[in-house]
Design a protein around this ligand. Sequence first.
Ligand code: ASP
Length: 352
Amino acid sequence: MHKTLITTLLCLSSFASLADNINNPTIEILATGGTIAGVASSQTSSSYKAGKLTAEQLISSVNGLSNLANIKYEQVYNKDSGDVTLNDWLKLYGEVQKAAENPSINAIVITHGTDTLDETAYFLELTAKTTKPIVLVGAMRPATSMSADGPLNLYNAVAVAANKDSTGRGVMVAMNEKIFDGREVYKTNTTSVDTFEAPNDGPIGTVFMGKVEYKSKTVRPNTVNTPFNLNGVTSLPDVAIIYEHVGVNTEMLDHILDTKNLKGIIIAGVGDGNIPSYEKDFLTKARKKGIVIVRSSHVGSGHVTYDYNNLDTTYGLVSGDDLSPSKARILLMLSLMKTSDIKQIQEYFDKY
Ligand code: ASP
């Protein structure tokens, strides 16, 4: 009797979420590893191996997923996201595109390590050519941990992907009951489960026990509305990041210019994308070599003011808007596949 009541209540709660869903959705889960698939030797150990559980094991550990959608899955790779390479990104892009072009799949969920999840989200937001929902999800605690956050995060991510209001929103991240736009989201805390934030814009919605509520939509063009197309692409241009600080060694900077095939540099500037004046020779030499330089900031939030300290007009630099250095690098890599004209690249940074 007691058991029947619990079953009935569980069914009622899944109907409540299903009412907001695409009709009978099929969702492909692309598993790439991370702590969500991590395994530790005890429930309270802080040392563990990321990327151990398979997609199948991950999915079978989450009760109620099949109430939300028909689930298909693919193991793209299984690694700590700190080890993800540009080739891995191209592989993931290929899998996303395959699922996007498959008429029997309505939406895509990507399980991912949290260390570089925000970068992958923006990479796909600029390149995936689909209006189908793409939702990235991870966990801060390994699957074997006491109060592991992965199962509920994955359940919620599938609910977001299956929701009828999720179409046309580009790439999203669903973590710890919040929904973020893939461009705006950043990991902000090394260990907390509440690590993902969008410092400039805030979350676009919430997801609580599978119940999705949107409160805003990104205004930046993404996915099908960007000019960046990776069809047939086998490598991405080399772009380095320089982190500014007190007393930069300019001799070390000069060595960067010897890097073969270096096409771009992101300056993770201080404050408003500021660059020490004693780096002016370096900037001039780099520009003479045809290297495109984008000014960003390592402050963590806010926009970089165009031509701060006359840097952009004096040296021919691009101002990186409100992108973090690592996200500015992604947009510069994709921009460099189309042009090295800094006026055009500035337009890309103003828009995407
Ligand atoms: N090192 C892990 C990873 O990024 C951390 C995590 O997933 O939370 O794969």
